[in-house]
Design a protein around this ligand. Structure first.
Ligand SMILES: C[S@@+](CC[C@H](N)C(=O)[O-])C[C@H]1O[C@@H](n2cnc3c(N)ncnc32)[C@H](O)[C@@H]1O
Length: 213
């Protein structure tokens, strides 16, 4: 028996269903978009939604939109009527898909999509965030962290996805593997940063939960 698969089925059958629009986006992405595995998916989407319920943030920043699954999941968990998500995606080919599904979800006023490199866009956002979700280029995780840190409110959270990088963080590192090196460097920086409290959620590919003191 494939324990991991069976447990995943068990989990998905005991948590809230995906909304209709998220289910459709999940299916659409898997059929039409390259590298669909990048999408958060049912379980992680519901985790992000629950974090939004718990933190009750007003301003959220997402780095790495892909087709919009995590942004829409988080938007579904927002309670404050003024709550807003800025999400950044470098691949302009994804823009029509993201916009279509944000509209379908009815979140065109809640989610602002920025197309471009996060490192160029972040300094111009001029906002303070209660929640930042880092999920873009693994090589740039340390730079995203440094760029967003001053913009995170005290008591605010940074969540970073894929911090196990498929288990590569505990294997010998290939000299040319800039992705694993980026994640390792990020994990080290967070560990050594005494301005934050941190814990790792060992779910899926590892989610770092970081709280600015
Ligand atoms: C893992 S996917 C994001 C998945 C999405 N958050 C979700 O949960 O469905 C990473 C995305 O980050 C984008 N990306 C990579 N480098 C970026 C950068 N420098 N600025 C903005 N987006 C970037 C990629 O094009 C890709 O769509």
């Amino acid at each position: 028996m494939d324990m991991k698969n069976e447990l995943e089925k068990y989990i998905t059958s005991h948590i809230d269903n995906e909304s209709e629009v998220l289910r459709e986006l999940n299916r659409y992405t898997n059929i039409n978009i390259l590298r669909p595995r990048m999408l958060s998916g049912h379980i992680q989407g519901q985790i992000l939604k629950m974090f939004c319920r718990m933190i009750d943030p007003v301003n959220i920043l997402e780095i790495g939109t892909f087709t919009g699954y995590s942004a829409i999941s988080m938007a579904e968990g927002l309670s404050d009527p003024d709550a807003h998500i800025d999400t950044i995606e470098v691949n302009d080919e994804l823009k029509p898909v993201i916009e279509k599904f944000i509209s379908k979800a009815g979140f065109q006023n809640k989610i602002t999509l920025h197309i471009g490199n996060a490192l160029s866009i972040i300094p111009n956002l001029n906002k303070e965030f209660e929640l930042v979700f880092i999920d873009a280029d693994k090589r740039q995780y340390p730079e995203y962290y440094r760029a967003v840190f001053p913009m995170v409110r005290k008591g605010g959270y940074i969540l970073a996805d894929n911090i196990f990088w498929n288990g590569k963080v505990i294997e010998p590192v290939d000299e040319n593997d800039e992705y694993t090196k980026g994640i390792l460097e990020f994990n080290r920086i967070v560990k050594e940063d005494d301005r934050v409290e941190k814990v790792i959620l060992p779910f899926r590919d590892g989610l770092f939960l970081i709280r600015k003191k």
